[in-house]
Design a protein around this ligand. Structure first.
Ligand SMILES: Nc1ncnc2c1ncn2[C@@H]1O[C@H](COP(=O)(O)OP(=O)(O)O)[C@@H](O)[C@H]1O
Ligand SMILES: [Mg+2]
Length: 301
């Protein structure tokens, strides 16, 4: 079953078409990376999904039911803006308040459960204001996890985190989907990080879905290549263009990329023996999600 199925969603703010005919499918169990430039309509879509704002038109189904259905709604946990916490209150007491707002039963047990899920067991007595940014983001996720949702909607939850904070977040999300039957919709600008966890991607532009694909499809669309640098790059580039079928020069990295199915060693020895070119740097790499995304955005323009 699909956790989210959106058909032809529109959301207007006056003249502004924030979401403009969006289709989206998030399969159950996915970690769905929702990608798009600022202002492309990610947060608006997420707010429509969880019922924070009403769509102008279109259909949103959650686990096969209309999103306004009470049962469907009860399955969602949301972190869209930073959690509304009282800075001088402890993490535990902030959780207590939130649990009371949500009408959670067995709240002590439930709070212990969610704090454990986000690796905050030891920090319950800390004042919220003394928590690091990474801890605050995890408290936000703990809020969203109250009531055992089947679908988590996280808007930019890894912004501003350091490498360690990102790693912990990655582990938490993998644990939730693998071991707790959760589906996660996560929007982020940090594509390198998203690429490590997402099973599915949706790329949105101007309120429309530009491309949806699985991690396997992304992988297949991102070829591997051999990159080289040489003392005389012009000479090397001319030689490569002569010898190989698909060659590109990457200006950002100042390197030549060869997409033919060859090993780095083959390329180097060919250039040396046929053209006397000594390669100064070489290796193999793969097009990243970020490069794929940038290319896709260029194509669209
Ligand atoms: N409440 C609102 N009133 C008017 N315009 C809005 C409102 N919320 C969002 N927008 C506009 O809708 C567009 C999409 O915004 P948003 O969904 O926040 O994009 P994203 O999350 O992808 O950055 C933007 O142009 C934004 O300025
Ligand atoms: Mg946003």
């Amino acid at each position: 079953m699909n956790a989210i199925e959106i058909t032809n969603l529109h959301k207007n703010f006056g003249e502004k078409h924030a979401v403009d005919g969006l289709d989206m499918t998030v399969p159950e169990g996915a970690i769905y990376g929702f990608i798009g430039e600022n202002g492309s309509g990610k947060s608006t879509t997420e707010k429509c999904i969880c019922g924070l704002i009403p769509p102008t038109s279109g259909q949103i189904k959650l686990f096969g039911k209309d999103h306004k259905d009470g049962e469907a709604r009860g399955k969602i946990g949301v972190l869209i803006e930073a959690p509304g916490c009282f800075p001088n209150m402890s993490v535990w007491n902030n959780m207590k308040l939130q649990a009371a707002n949500l009408g959670i039963k067995n709240e002590n047990e439930e709070i212990r459960r969610v704090l454990h899920l986000v690796r905050m067991d030891g920090a319950a007595s800390n004042k919220f204001k003394n928590c690091s940014l990474g801890m605050k983001q995890r408290i936000g996720i703990a809020f969203a996890l109250l009531g055992t949702p089947k679908l988590l909607i996280l808007d930019e939850p890894i912004n501003g985190l350091d490498a360690d904070g990102m790693r912990i977040m990655r582990e938490i999300l993998a644990d939730l989907t693998k071991n707790h039957g959760c589906t996660v919709l996560i929007s982020s600008h940090i594509l390198g990080e998203l690429e490590k966890i997402a099973t599915h991607y949706g790329i949105i532009r101007g309120g429309r879905m530009l491309k949806e694909m699985t991690a396997e499809e992304l992988n297949a669309s991102c070829p591997t290549y051999v990159y080289i640098k040489a003392a005389d790059m012009n000479k090397a580039l001319a030689a490569c263009n002569n010898a190989f079928a698909r060659v590109e020069f990457d200006e950002d990295k100042d390197e030549i990329r060869i997409y033919d199915k060859l090993s780095a060693e083959d390329v180097a020895s060919y250039l040396y023996s046929n053209f006397g070119i000594a390669v100064t740097e070489l290796g193999t790499a793969k097009i990243s999600l970020e490069e794929y995304y940038i290319d896709l955005m260029k194509e669209g323009k």
